[in-house]
Unconditional design. Sequence first.
Length: 849
Amino acid sequence: MRTEQPQTIRLTDYRQPDYLIDETHLTFELFEDHALVHSRLLMRVNGGQGALPPLVLHGQELTLQSLAFDEQPLAVGDYQVDAHSLTVQPLTKSFELVITTRIEPQNNTALEGLYKSGGMFCTQCEAEGFRKITYYLDRPDVMSRFTTTVMADRGAYPVLLSNGNLIASGEHEGGRHWATWEDPFPKPAYLFALVAGDLYRIDDSFTTMSGREVELRIYVEPENREQCAHAMDSLKRAMRWDEQMYGREYDLDIFMVVAVNDFNMGAMENKGLNIFNSSCVLAHPNTATDMAFQRVESVVAHEYFHNWSGNRVTCRDWFQLSLKEGFTVFRDSEFSADMNSRTVKRIEDVSFLRANQFAEDAGPMAHPVRPESYMEISNFYTLTIYEKGAEVVRMLHTLLGAEGFRKGSDLYFERHDGQAVTCDDFICAMEDTNGVDLTQFKRWYSQAGTPQLEIEGHYDAATSSFHLHCRQSCPPTPGQTQKLPFVIPLRMALLDANGQELPLYLAGQTQSLGTETVLAVTEAEQVFVFEQVSAAPLPSLLRGFSAPVKLAYPYSRDDRVFLAQHVDQRLLKVYRGVLADSSLDPAMVAEILRLPSEAYLIELAQQADVEAIHKVREWVRRELASALADSFRAVFQRLEEAGGSYSASAEAMARRSLRNTVLGYLMLTDSSDTLLACVRQFVEADNMTDRQAALIALVQSPHEQEKQAALEEFAQRWSAYPLVMDQWFSIQASNPLPGGLERVQALMTHPAFNIRNPNKVRALIGAFANHNLVNFHRTDGAGYRFLADRIIELNQLNPQIASRMLTPLTHWRRFDTQRQALMKTELARIMACEALSDDVYEVVSKSLN
Ligand code: PHE
Ligand code: ZN
């Protein structure tokens, strides 16, 4: 067990930086066994009269080689170095600091700072990776102008990139060359990036709304050059959308995206030089599913949108992380909604939020959208910061209306361009433009937990009025026992007996609110009275999931059936065998046919019975399959005929989605025709979506021979495609049939598996622990032990990934006492390890609390 606790950082301790860095001049000398980083910083004291405070620079895992103050080399006694910092005493208000550090990118398995991925050098600096490159004020409120020179061997690293514009380049002796980049926009160090490699470049261009020509470049390893068209197309659409919807134009002459295979997250918005996990750039119909296409589209847009919401206006400190992430996720989800089916996108996002963010909010790591403290900031790139943060921004949009929201965002960008600001500043811009007081609304930023909203309706025939009683509460979360009421936007309508929406008259108001309105629930208990209601209506509540809350309304069984008929006409039709109605959006039908995930059902339960949930859900699937078999067959047939050859259009994707959902059901019916059709689809498919759907159905079927043949064939054919092999691992790791753990253990020794590659870890270990619940939760605890062993291994190699893999164990309170004990035993075993990283320590210790 580690003896020292990591320090807790608190929002209330925030202080302005003592010093600022006006200019940062970096020179990197890259070699195979080390890199030298020469840094020249032009600095000055930040305001302040009187004595100059000591200058404390962040730095970690660095070997300091030399240090000079205004050209005076410092001797050993002139400064102090410890594991996290370098301290010197400035003698003048402004000065130049020159530092050389030595690092070893080739040994950097944490993938933070400067590291090697395959044959290329790349960086990842958010949140606090820059301090692993050189000593610096590595905090987002220190913004500086960067000039970067990269020097490396010309043969192995013909491409040398950094942020901004290329201003000079040249040759050196011994086959080396160099390039100098200059970024005119001051930025925090977390947005710094450098790439050196042998990369293929895809070129395109974009003309901005003011007529400026921007060069667009995607850099990939040469074998991936055929897989970039979709990312490039998505980028151009995102650029246009941000101009049209937010009036935001790109600001440099060049925008670069680089794909790397080893990356802890999805992608990173470094100024002018986004670095992407290859899984979020590469997409070709042969190798990527429709889901992967949509992910590429949304991540490319997300990172691009950060250029304004994150880079031009950045965060003052990391407690404000959701300022950029929540807003940017909201922006990218609206973009995706505009590019695809808005309804389907919303259903997907809400299902994801309810299954995963709600679980986080109910667990030991629950934290507000603006956290109050952390040990390791990397642990706070969470679903709460991202997805709930986006819901909070969406609620503002709902409350202020599209126009009010846009005006608020305009003011925010105008007022804070070039600054590092807070969530309060964002809200303040919304308040000032709209003349509203959002004080109470801000509780969404400060209070953790998922609010419960209980609503009851009473009809009073004597007065023709309908009373909607709302009661809100929020369960305690770590460090927050008492919660104050939130502002809950409740989008609603009242339906009459025919399912028609009634005009809404709130008591005391003569004007009708139309047939749909947004009520603001602001009290712990509150009653809304609707008048001129001639018969008992049925309320339709929380439309579009207008707030991230758990809604309870005592609908009767009859009411629910009625709602199913009238809230969404499509639902009942579908279940009545109108799978045959070809006028419906097939993607929507597929969504309706999809049962809630096991993870979501577990989240709903006070104490979840994993096996019962799995069995009942499977049983329902089988029942549906047999009851609707004829309709399923007809749809399968019809969509096959309509299909034709592959197209990437939204309509074609929707058809594939429905057809493959139907195939999944049909494969539960034990018909030899279906098995044949499935095998045929696997063999003959001209795209990965259909091929993969068939493979999943085979893998989860009892047909051993077909299954093994398909798996082998697939692995042989795609062994040179790491992203396809990720899918192959993940399909097997998610297979709920008995023996799951043993299958996963065997796959750990497969030549394509590599525990140092985060995508592989997620595909095999992550998929098993998160999506194969019956096998992971085996009653003998072997699933937990396996995961804990991997976490202990990863703790040494890549603490961020180790910590992320912990999530399933942190939810131990949801399960029966036997499983709780087994899960806690594993957490305790991890806790007892020596050399536990801050990342893992924080999550494990909070989970055991
Ligand atoms: N800022 C990145 C994004 O969401 C995510 C990220 C965080 C990437 C930390 C790497 C490290 O767009
Ligand atoms: Zn982001």
